[in-house]
Design a protein around this ligand. Structure first.
Ligand code: HEC
Ligand code: HEC
Length: 406
């Protein structure tokens, strides 16, 4: 009887396992199929379809679409859920994101002219190389001595007045331990009021009853670490104008100079990203301060294309012209070096040396520094400090031993 039962149970177990296998295989096929079809058939949301002004030609949307079109790898790992990522970020940076925020609480970036996505003003943005009237920057509530979270709402084509935005992003960064986190929402006409904190998780609805925060995997795929590679924040001449608290761009005075602060990417989706800071000498005849003396310039392994502070921004910061920018003048000075107003051959040539160091090192898959170039590891994966449980009056090694014995 018991043998019969055992056999029968075994039979049942086998059948169940087999069913699970068939079901898993079926789900796998459906998932692979839908992922393959997704880029062609799915716009960002149904809402994005047919809208007059879209995120279509922004750099981030191009990167997002490239990411969505990537070949699907077989051992597809889903990565962190948004709420899990935000939790890790809260612990790592030591600051809590506010439960909601509104773009309108921020300051409008000046020097943008009045034409949505216009192409000539004093301080165009560097991300999309356009003038973006109505875009707003803010320091979110909850900053500490070491850490700050900032939110930037880009109109990117939406009308200057309303409260709709096409690109809303947060960076949360601790300059003391280097923990850095990225959150991105990218869609046409997102409501900029009462935006739920990413800590509210994947399903959190915005004021239009839709979900807009991208998952950490998709946010990562949209390339944050392609460009943000020399520190938490990129201080372009567009955003560095904001010097008045409470919504001043974190700057040198606050210790956010990207000079010595570490850079550690939180979350499993960002764990393979690396960056290296670069040192090289000035070009012959350039007597200005080294481009590595006030802040680092870096190269990263995250971006397939030549993005980043050395490969891209160093050149743009010192170029004779800047896309969508009025000619360099006292009211619209060149970005680098500080205090410089117009183009200087020497600065541009030195910037090119950093670029060439970066390009050579990247070409060697980050193994061989080209002659005259030195590299220091900078951006690495965040590893949480070991958990030591609190256990009353015990001190020193005892709680750790207890922990491993339990
Ligand atoms: C192609 C380069 C590039 C990529 C990719 C990129 N950024 Fe940025 N980001 C910039 C630049 C440049 C600025 C400075 C503002 C400006 O001039 O546009 C900036 C500024 C920001 C700011 C304002 C604070 C600061 O650092 O100045 C936030 C927040 C931000 N980015 C978030 C993100 C997030 C999140 C991602 C990933 C989804 C991302 N960025 C991807 C280039 C990039
Ligand atoms: C005297 C200090 C100083 C020197 C020298 C300097 N920079 Fe900067 N750099 C800054 C400051 C300050 C910012 C922030 C923007 C601002 O305040 O205008 C910045 C920002 C940048 C950024 C944006 C990334 C970041 O860290 O925010 C780039 C790229 C850059 N500089 C390139 C260069 C290049 C290329 C050179 C050399 C030709 C150079 N810089 C020399 C002070 C300096």
């Amino acid at each position: 009887m018991s043998i019969y039962l055992a056999l029968r149970m075994r039979h049942v177990t086998l059948t169940t396992t087999a069913r699970v296998r068939v079901w898993q295989a079926f789900c796998g096929v459906v998932l692979a199929w839908s992922l393959l079809l997704m880029p062609a058939s799915l716009p960002l949301t149904a809402h994005a379809q047919g809208a007059p002004v879209g995120v279509g030609d922004s750099i981030l949307n191009r990167l997002l679409q490239e990411y969505r079109r990537r070949p699907v790898v077989r051992d597809f790992a889903p990565g962190d859920k948004l709420g899990e990522y935000a939790d890790q970020c809260r612990v790592a940076t030591g600051i809590v994101l506010p439960p909601t925020f509104s773009c309108g609480d921020g300051v409008e970036v000046p020097g943008q002219g009045s034409v949505p996505r216009g192409t000539a003003c004093d301080h165009p943005n560097v991300l999309n190389s356009v003038c973006d009237p109505g875009s707003r920057f803010q320091v979110l509530a909850g900053r500490s001595a070491d850490a700050v979270a900032v939110a930037h709402c880009r109109k990117n084509g939406q009308s200057q007045s309303g409260s709709l935005y096409n690109d809303i992003a947060i960076i949360q960064y601790n300059k003391s331990n280097g923990a850095v986190c990225f959150y991105q929402a990218l869609d046409t006409g997102m409501p900029g009021t009462n935006i739920p904190s990413p800590s509210a998780g994947d399903g959190a609805l915005w004021a239009d009853r839709q979900v807009h925060w991208l998952s950490p995997a998709t946010t990562h795929g949209t390339g944050c670490t392609f460009c943000h590679d020399n520190g938490g924040f990129i201080r372009s001449n567009y955003i560095a104008q904001l010097r008045t608290p409470p919504h001043a761009m974190p700057n040198e005075a606050d210790g956010y100079s990207n000079a010595t602060s570490p850079l550690r990417y939180v979350g499993s989706d960002f764990a393979s990203d690396r960056s290296w800071s670069i040192v090289t000498s000035n070009s012959a005849g350039d007597t200005g301060g080294s481009c590595a003396s006030c802040h680092r310039l870096a190269v990263n392994n995250a971006s397939p294309a030549p993005h980043g502070t050395a490969l891209d921004f160093a050149l743009r910061a010192t170029a004779r012209t800047q896309a969508s920018k009025n000619p360099h003048s006292p009211t619209s000075p060149i970005w680098m070096r500080p205090g410089q107003v117009v183009f200087q051959d020497g600065a541009a040539a030195t910037a090119m040396r950093f670029h060439d160091c970066a390009a050579g090192f990247k070409a060697s898959n980050f193994t061989v520094p080209p002659p005259g170039c030195q590299f220091q590891p900078l951006g690495v994966a965040w590893t949480p400090p070991p958990v030591v449980p609190q256990s009353g009056s015990k001190s020193g090694i005892v709680p750790i031993i207890d922990y491993y014995l339990n």
